[in-house]
Design a protein around this ligand. Structure first.
Ligand SMILES: [Zn+2]
Length: 120
């Protein structure tokens, strides 16, 4: 619980303990351990957590934006599709990494791995 803010470290996709080493090896693959402090990240698993939040947040943003745009400008349906489908994809992909980072960081800071009773 040093000076590392779990939310900021997660948003930056950095190690939850030192805030220095990269959290991911690929786009969403969690590195086996932190390059900077050696923290074991192999047990870090956010499961479906980030996807749930992103579905709710992106769904809310895109859904209401499309509704308001439709009420205000009455654009044709093809224009809706051209605007909102790519925006949905871009928002989801852009949010996945930071959300997964935040969830793993919060799991580390709240010692979620202890819940199973077999980890340290
Ligand atoms: Zn580290």
């Amino acid at each position: 619980m040093a000076g590392v803010n779990p939310v900021l470290a997660g948003l930056a996709c950095r190690c939850p303990r030192c805030g220095e080493g990269p959290l991911f090896r690929g786009f969403l693959t969690v590195a086996p351990e932190c390059e900077a402090c050696g923290l074991d990240l192999s047990k870090a698993d956010s499961g479906d957590g980030p996807a749930v939040f992103i579905i709710l947040i992106v769904g809310c943003i895109v859904g209401f934006s499309a509704l308001i745009t439709d009420m205000a400008f009455r654009p044709p349906i093809w224009l809706h599709l051209i605007i909102w489908l790519p925006l949905t994809l871009i928002l989801c992909l852009a949010l996945l990494r930071p959300f997964k980072g935040v969830m793993i960081a919060l799991q580390f800071h709240n010692r979620a791995s202890e819940a199973g009773g077999k980890d340290v």
